[in-house]
Ligand binder design. Structure first.
Ligand code: SF4
Ligand code: SF4
Length: 130
């Protein structure tokens, strides 16, 4: 169940099944678009994509070569200095766009909290050793 506030200010509640929720972060469920006119070929996306989705072509521009491997982590879109990458979930008519946005936001928030818990654990174990 997802609650969200509409642009009109009203509260909405939508019920989704588990498959719909999981489909947002599943591998191969995203489209990756690179805008060649904006890409300056820095290679950040190709170097750091955990799924090796992009590479630089002969013209020094990033191109998508393995879109089906994308796990929608959002790294490339977030770190491209020229805002040349767009990663979006594949269209699933069963899920209203607004629900998808809420799910993605929540998934990213969970990943951030998991990362900060991991960092805190490392720091605590480092202090114990020292
Ligand atoms: S990070 Fe952006 S500018 Fe750099 S190679 Fe990738 S798409 Fe091009
Ligand atoms: S969203 Fe993540 S997995 Fe997908 S192309 Fe970008 S960096 Fe790679």
């Amino acid at each position: 169940m997802i609650r969200f506030k509409g642009s009109c200010g009203a509260d909405f509640i939508v019920t989704l099944n588990l498959d719909q929720v999981m489909s947002v972060k599943r591998k191969g469920n995203s489209t990756v678009t690179i805008f060649p006119d904006w890409c300056k070929g820095c290679g950040i996306c190709a170097a750091f994509c955990p799924a090796k989705v992009m590479e630089l072509n002969d013209q020094g521009k990033a191109v998508v070569i393995r879109e089906e491997e994308c796990i929608n982590c959002g790294f490339c879109e977030l770190h491209c200095p020229d805002f040349a990458i767009m990663v979006r979930p594949k269209v699933d008519d069963d899920i209203p766009a607004v629900c998808r946005a809420v799910l993605e936001k929540s998934a990213r928030k969970n990943e951030k909290s998991a990362a900060s818990v991991g960092a805190a654990d490392k720091s605590a174990s480092g202090k114990q050793k020292g």
